[in-house]
Design a protein around this ligand. Structure first.
Ligand SMILES: [Zn+2]
Length: 172
Protein backbone atom coordinates (compact mmCIF):
# COMPACT_ATOMS: atom_id res chain seq x y z
CA UNK A 1 0.00 0.00 0.00
CA UNK A 2 1.53 3.21 -1.13
CA UNK A 3 -0.05 5.33 1.58
CA UNK A 4 0.73 2.90 4.37
CA UNK A 5 -2.93 2.18 5.06
CA UNK A 6 -3.85 -1.33 6.02
CA UNK A 7 -7.10 -1.10 4.08
CA UNK A 8 -6.87 -2.49 0.55
CA UNK A 9 -6.36 0.40 -1.85
CA UNK A 10 -8.65 0.27 -4.89
CA UNK A 11 -6.92 -0.03 -8.22
CA UNK A 12 -7.77 2.38 -11.00
CA UNK A 13 -10.59 0.01 -11.99
CA UNK A 14 -13.19 0.39 -9.25
CA UNK A 15 -14.44 -2.61 -7.31
CA UNK A 16 -17.91 -2.43 -8.78
CA UNK A 17 -18.90 -2.40 -12.42
CA UNK A 18 -22.28 -1.99 -14.11
CA UNK A 19 -22.83 -3.90 -17.32
CA UNK A 20 -24.96 -2.92 -20.28
CA UNK A 21 -26.00 -4.83 -23.38
CA UNK A 22 -27.93 -4.24 -26.59
CA UNK A 23 -31.20 -6.01 -27.42
CA UNK A 24 -29.57 -8.85 -29.40
CA UNK A 25 -26.77 -9.21 -26.86
CA UNK A 26 -23.92 -8.92 -29.35
CA UNK A 27 -22.55 -5.70 -27.84
CA UNK A 28 -21.75 -5.66 -24.15
CA UNK A 29 -19.94 -3.01 -22.16
CA UNK A 30 -19.25 -2.04 -18.60
CA UNK A 31 -18.53 1.12 -16.63
CA UNK A 32 -16.94 1.58 -13.26
CA UNK A 33 -19.51 2.46 -10.60
CA UNK A 34 -20.36 5.15 -9.81
CA UNK A 35 -20.76 6.86 -13.18
CA UNK A 36 -20.00 10.56 -13.47
CA UNK A 37 -23.66 11.57 -13.57
CA UNK A 38 -27.04 10.62 -14.97
CA UNK A 39 -29.37 12.91 -16.87
CA UNK A 40 -32.51 13.15 -18.95
CA UNK A 41 -32.13 14.58 -22.44
CA UNK A 42 -35.35 16.15 -23.77
CA UNK A 43 -33.69 17.36 -26.98
CA UNK A 44 -34.88 16.56 -30.48
CA UNK A 45 -31.72 14.75 -31.59
CA UNK A 46 -31.78 12.18 -28.78
CA UNK A 47 -35.55 11.86 -29.09
CA UNK A 48 -35.18 10.80 -32.72
CA UNK A 49 -32.03 8.74 -32.26
CA UNK A 50 -33.65 6.68 -29.52
CA UNK A 51 -37.25 6.80 -30.67
CA UNK A 52 -38.65 7.97 -27.34
CA UNK A 53 -40.03 11.07 -25.62
CA UNK A 54 -36.79 11.66 -23.77
CA UNK A 55 -33.57 9.74 -23.32
CA UNK A 56 -31.97 9.00 -19.97
CA UNK A 57 -28.20 8.65 -20.01
CA UNK A 58 -25.48 7.67 -17.59
CA UNK A 59 -22.28 9.56 -18.25
CA UNK A 60 -19.02 7.71 -17.62
CA UNK A 61 -15.42 8.75 -17.99
CA UNK A 62 -14.29 7.17 -21.27
CA UNK A 63 -11.30 5.78 -19.42
CA UNK A 64 -13.71 3.93 -17.12
CA UNK A 65 -15.85 2.36 -19.84
CA UNK A 66 -14.86 -0.88 -21.55
CA UNK A 67 -16.42 -2.66 -24.52
CA UNK A 68 -16.55 -6.29 -23.40
CA UNK A 69 -17.89 -7.83 -26.61
CA UNK A 70 -19.14 -6.94 -30.06
CA UNK A 71 -16.89 -3.98 -30.88
CA UNK A 72 -17.15 -4.95 -34.57
CA UNK A 73 -20.95 -4.65 -34.38
CA UNK A 74 -20.80 -0.99 -33.31
CA UNK A 75 -21.62 1.42 -36.11
CA UNK A 76 -20.88 5.12 -35.66
CA UNK A 77 -22.90 8.07 -36.86
CA UNK A 78 -21.04 11.35 -36.70
CA UNK A 79 -23.27 14.42 -36.64
CA UNK A 80 -20.96 17.17 -37.86
CA UNK A 81 -23.45 19.96 -37.25
CA UNK A 82 -24.13 19.05 -33.62
CA UNK A 83 -20.57 17.76 -33.06
CA UNK A 84 -21.80 14.50 -31.60
CA UNK A 85 -21.19 10.84 -32.34
CA UNK A 86 -23.73 8.11 -31.76
CA UNK A 87 -22.81 4.43 -31.87
CA UNK A 88 -25.40 1.71 -32.20
CA UNK A 89 -25.46 -2.05 -32.66
CA UNK A 90 -25.59 -2.81 -36.36
CA UNK A 91 -27.37 -6.07 -35.64
CA UNK A 92 -30.35 -4.83 -33.63
CA UNK A 93 -30.16 -1.03 -33.81
CA UNK A 94 -29.86 -0.44 -30.06
CA UNK A 95 -28.28 2.96 -29.33
CA UNK A 96 -25.17 2.30 -27.22
CA UNK A 97 -22.88 5.33 -27.00
CA UNK A 98 -23.49 9.06 -27.26
CA UNK A 99 -20.41 11.28 -27.34
CA UNK A 100 -20.43 15.08 -27.40
CA UNK A 101 -17.50 17.23 -28.43
CA UNK A 102 -18.22 19.65 -25.58
CA UNK A 103 -17.46 16.85 -23.07
CA UNK A 104 -14.65 14.94 -24.81
CA UNK A 105 -13.73 12.78 -21.82
CA UNK A 106 -17.26 11.55 -21.15
CA UNK A 107 -19.30 8.92 -22.95
CA UNK A 108 -23.05 8.74 -22.36
CA UNK A 109 -24.79 5.38 -22.29
CA UNK A 110 -28.57 4.90 -22.26
CA UNK A 111 -29.59 4.09 -18.68
CA UNK A 112 -32.06 1.52 -19.97
CA UNK A 113 -29.25 -0.74 -21.18
CA UNK A 114 -27.83 -1.36 -17.73
CA UNK A 115 -28.88 -4.44 -15.82
CA UNK A 116 -27.72 -3.16 -12.45
CA UNK A 117 -27.39 0.09 -10.57
CA UNK A 118 -24.96 2.67 -11.88
CA UNK A 119 -24.39 4.62 -8.68
CA UNK A 120 -26.08 7.73 -10.09
CA UNK A 121 -29.71 8.79 -10.00
CA UNK A 122 -30.88 10.73 -13.07
CA UNK A 123 -31.60 14.05 -11.37
CA UNK A 124 -30.59 16.39 -14.18
CA UNK A 125 -32.57 17.58 -17.18
CA UNK A 126 -31.20 19.10 -20.35
CA UNK A 127 -32.79 20.66 -23.44
CA UNK A 128 -36.17 21.06 -21.74
CA UNK A 129 -37.01 23.77 -24.26
CA UNK A 130 -37.19 21.04 -26.91
CA UNK A 131 -39.57 18.84 -24.92
CA UNK A 132 -42.50 17.92 -27.19
CA UNK A 133 -46.06 18.77 -26.16
CA UNK A 134 -47.05 15.11 -26.48
CA UNK A 135 -44.60 13.89 -23.84
CA UNK A 136 -46.30 12.72 -20.65
CA UNK A 137 -45.83 15.39 -18.01
CA UNK A 138 -46.45 13.04 -15.08
CA UNK A 139 -50.06 14.13 -14.65
CA UNK A 140 -52.62 11.88 -12.96
CA UNK A 141 -53.68 8.70 -14.78
CA UNK A 142 -56.86 6.71 -14.37
CA UNK A 143 -57.85 3.22 -15.61
CA UNK A 144 -59.51 3.16 -19.03
CA UNK A 145 -62.85 1.35 -18.73
CA UNK A 146 -62.97 -1.92 -20.64
CA UNK A 147 -59.21 -2.05 -21.34
CA UNK A 148 -57.42 -3.77 -18.47
CA UNK A 149 -53.87 -2.52 -18.07
CA UNK A 150 -54.49 0.71 -20.00
CA UNK A 151 -54.33 3.98 -18.09
CA UNK A 152 -55.07 7.34 -19.55
CA UNK A 153 -54.73 10.99 -18.81
CA UNK A 154 -58.12 12.71 -18.88
CA UNK A 155 -58.16 15.79 -21.09
CA UNK A 156 -58.15 19.01 -19.13
CA UNK A 157 -61.62 20.50 -19.02
CA UNK A 158 -61.77 23.56 -21.22
CA UNK A 159 -63.61 26.69 -20.16
CA UNK A 160 -66.88 26.95 -22.11
CA UNK A 161 -65.72 30.01 -24.02
CA UNK A 162 -62.50 28.28 -25.13
CA UNK A 163 -64.42 25.21 -26.25
CA UNK A 164 -66.72 27.30 -28.41
CA UNK A 165 -63.81 29.25 -29.86
CA UNK A 166 -62.04 26.06 -30.88
CA UNK A 167 -65.13 24.86 -32.74
CA UNK A 168 -65.10 27.88 -35.01
CA UNK A 169 -61.44 28.83 -35.21
CA UNK A 170 -60.63 26.13 -37.79
CA UNK A 171 -62.71 27.74 -40.54
CA UNK A 172 -62.54 31.44 -39.70
ZN1 LIG B 1 -27.38 -5.81 -30.83
Amino acid sequence: MRNGSTAPKPEKRSAVQAQAACVCGAVRLEIDVPGVWAWHDHGEASRKAQGCADATYVGSWKSRMRILAGDAHLTRFEDAERRTTRSFCAGCGTPMLYERARSPKIVNIPRALFTSRTGREPRYHMNLGEKPDWAWSGGPLVPLKGYPGVLWERPKRKKPADAIDSLFSAED
